[in-house]
Design a protein around this ligand. Structure first.
Ligand SMILES: Nc1nc2c(ncn2[C@@H]2O[C@H](COP(=O)(O)OP(=O)(O)O)[C@@H](O)[C@H]2O)c(=O)[nH]1
Ligand SMILES: [Mg+2]
Length: 252
């Protein structure tokens, strides 16, 4: 029996996720209800498969967007609909089986104990993790920590996290970025600026080979360019907020 909540839901943005998606969603449902999947213009038949799964399950909801809008845009659609139904927090997780569904209850419990904070997964990599991904994120983490004056971001990129919905909606409506793979790091930096402090919890991340059903839409040149532009604007935002951040830093 999975736990059920009227405040905290699991939100899974999904775009052409590969064969593991149904198992991923079932694993999340085994731990929690409600679980919502936002199918973001997928063209692989996963929308129909997920809708069939949801037909027999009141706690599984599938939102289908007609065109691909990006991970951040899909999360924004999900949390906007969730807020309208009274949900206050969303645990985001990937649709491709890389994230540990068995940790959903622990992450939700941490959020329920400190609802004003965000709960961030800190990735624990296995030996199969590509060195480029493991080392590449150190750059993003270094920038994110500088941009927030070390407010405690354990990892800027890992998408397994619990967000307080209201401040995240406010931030995303106030800015036209954060709609694609710039969502996870920009969300965490801007939430820190808004005073939402992180709690970091270890969470294993799995890298599946193509033979095991692993699929990635992260394109090194396109997405590292996107992330470089993102850190450029965040750094400028940091300079503007520096007096305020310094004041907070000295008080802490
Ligand atoms: N909604 C939506 N989700 C996306 C998109 N691209 C990636 N995702 C989701 O974001 C998560 C991470 O993407 P993935 O391609 O696995 O990137 P990686 O794990 O960093 O290699 C997965 O759950 C994807 O389904 C997108 O364009 N729209
Ligand atoms: Mg992935």
């Amino acid at each position: 029996m999975s736990a059920r909540s009227s405040t905290h839901l699991v939100l899974i943005p999904s775009y052409n996720p590969g064969p593991g998606v149904l198992d991923t969603v079932r694993a999340a449902r085994a731990q929690w209800g409600p679980v919502w999947v936002v199918v973001d213009g997928s063209t692989d038949g996963s929308a129909e498969q997920l809708q069939a799964l949801a037909a027999g399950d009141d706690d599984l909801r599938v939102i289908v967007l007609p065109e691909n809008c990006g991970k951040g845009a899909a999360v924004l659609e999900g949390i906007t609909q969730a807020a309208a139904l009274g949900y206050t927090h969303a645990l985001t997780m990937d649709s491709d089986g890389q994230h540990p569904a068995d940790l959903i209850p622990a992450f939700m419990a941490a959020s329920q104990a400190a609802p004003e904070r965000m709960v961030l997964g800190k990735p624990v990599f296995g030996p199969e993790a590509p060195a480029l991904r493991v080392n590449g994120r150190k750059v993003s983490n270094g920038w994110a920590n500088l941009e927030t004056l070390w407010m405690g971001i354990g990892d800027s990129l890992y998408g397994f996290r619990v967000y307080p919905i209201a401040p995240l909606i406010r931030i995303m409506r106030g800015n036209r970025f954060m709609r694609r793979f710039d969502f996870d790091p920009e969300a965490v930096v801007r939430l820190c600026w808004a005073g939402v402090r992180p709690i970091n919890l270890d969470a294993p991340v799995r890298y599946l080979t193509a033979a095991e059903g692993g699929v990635s839409h992260f394109k090194y040149l396109r997405d590292n360019t996107l992330l470089t532009w993102m850190h450029t604007r965040l750094f400028l935002g940091f300079l503007l907020r520096l007096p305020l951040l310094l004041l907070r830093y000295l008080k802490a």
